[in-house]
Design a protein around this ligand. Structure first.
Ligand SMILES: *Cc1c(COP(=O)(O)O)cnc(C)c1O
Length: 426
């Protein structure tokens, strides 16, 4: 099937194109193993001379169908699915960074990614400088070192909801000759396509909107095939890999070098693969992603407008509200909607936040986002509790901040639920 169908069509049908008599719906190939005609064929697969499935830790037909669909939606050259967003992020960086090297990352990223980079990568000898993504280009460049190997940010910061200045980050990445890696989880390819804005590698936690129904944990790394690795900084891609008889990824695979290495070397060795059943659910989730993102965005804007006028609310943050600090970037980079996450400050601070959850009937207290069902969370006491107060503020977590993941219900019911709950707290 063609890759250049419109987004909605790719969501519904993807590239899955069954022949006569085959299943119309993507089958779950629950098999670890594949049968071959002779050992020469197996040898060719193991030497990477031929593409094909060897073992489901490295690839599987159901997982491949999901990878191809999300890759087509993002407009990349290839994708590798992983067991979680965290493992996708780990693969994305470890594919090109090793002990003694350095990464520049926006300080406003997801708490789990912040922990991974600041604590676990540190133990591996990889140093990360966290920068204010709103800082000037020169200010950010000051954090670069001889050994910097990537720059990283999120399309929509969580929970600060600051929108990445793609042009600035892409310019810095080009100037410093390192890849620009973007976590596009909150926007999804239906609202933002980072490769068209200068990104080189995209990461998703598919646990969120891709799944959309809170059933499965998963992640994916997508390669734009648009970075020249042969610049002297990435010998792991240009020099021989002894674990494949000295294969050189760039020489053998050209623009697919990064993503093939991520699969055949890192997924092989770390084993953080996606299960076929989860891939089936993510593939199914993608079928309605375009419709859901539209509705999430519409509902979030209407709920934000309602909350703005409620007397129990101190402030409301949603990127497509005109007073939001990222409003101009939102218009530019997310013209079709700003996704389903909004935050607000409740009168009475953290204590009031806890009480609000008790009064809500439809909206549940959940440590998750991107679900079809609306949920809410107090990040300072939950997802960001491991961070210090200063780190919390740096990543946009204020003490009175309530984060709402606005679902796809009828928005009138959501508004009524918040109204009755907030009114009980007067
Ligand atoms: C949840 C999340 C992750 C981590 O993904 P998991 O699937 O939970 O491992 C990474 N980035 C963002 C923006 C997220 O929201």
């Amino acid at each position: 099937m063609e890759k250049n169908f419109r987004k909605g069509t790719l969501c519904v049908q993807g590239l899955y194109d069954p022949k006569g008599g085959e299943a119309r719906v993507l089958p779950i190939v629950q098999s670890t193993t594949y049968r071959y005609e002779d050992s020469d064929e197996v040898a060719d697969l193991f030497d990477l001379k031929k593409a094909g499935h060897m073992y489901s830790r490295i690839s599987n037909p159901t997982v491949s169908a999901f990878e191809e669909k999300i890759n087509a939606l993002e407009g990349g050259v290839g994708a590798v699915a992983a067991a979680s967003g965290q493992s996708a992020t780990t693969l994305a960086f470890l594919n090109i960074c090793q002990s003694g090297q350095h990464i520049v990352a926006a300080s406003t990223i997801y708490g789990g990614t912040y922990n991974l980079l600041s604590t676990t990568f540190k133990k591996l000898g990889i140093e990360v400088s966290f920068v204010d993504p709103e800082a000037d280009e020169d200010e950010i460049i000051k954090h670069f070192k001889e050994n910097t190997r990537a720059i990283f940010g999120e399309t929509i910061g969580n929970p600060g909801l600051n929108i990445l200045d793609f042009e600035k980050f892409a310019r810095i990445a080009k100037k410093m000759d390192v890849p620009f890696i973007v976590d596009n989880t909150l926007a999804t390819p239906c609202l933002c396509r980072p490769f068209e804005l200068g990104a080189n590698i995209i990461i998703h936690s598919t646990t969120k909107y891709t799944d959309g129904h809170a059933t499965s944990v998963g992640g994916v790394v997508i390669d734009g095939g648009n970075f020249n690795w042969d610049n002297g900084k990435y010998p792991e891609l240009t020099e021989p890999d002894p674990s494949y008889h000295g294969i050189k990824y760039v020489e053998s695979f050209g623009e697919l070098a990064y993503i093939i290495k991520a699969r055949v070397q890192l997924l092989r060795d770390y084993g953080c693969c996606m299960s076929p059943f989860n891939a089936f659910l993510f593939h199914l989730g993608l079928e309605t992603l375009h419709l859901r993102m539209e509705r999430h965005s519409q509902n979030a804007l209407k709920l934000a407008q309602f909350l703005e006028n409620h007397e129990m609310v101190n402030w409301v943050s949603y990127p497509s509200l005109s007073q939001h600090s990222s409003y101009e970037k939102c218009k530019k980079y997310l013209p079709d909607g700003a996704s389903g996450i909004l935050t607000f400050g409740i009168k009475g601070g953290a204590e009031a936040g806890k009480e609000l959850a008790k009064h809500l009937k439809l909206v549940a207290l959940v440590v998750h986002l991107g679900d079809a069902r609306t949920s809410l969370l107090h990040p300072a006491s939950t997802t960001h509790r491991q961070l210090t107060k200063e780190q919390q503020i740096a990543s946009g977590v204020l003490p009175d901040l309530i984060r709402v993941s606005v679902g796809i219900e009828n928005v009138e019911d959501l508004i009524e639920d918040f109204d009755q709950a907030l009114n009980k707290m007067k």
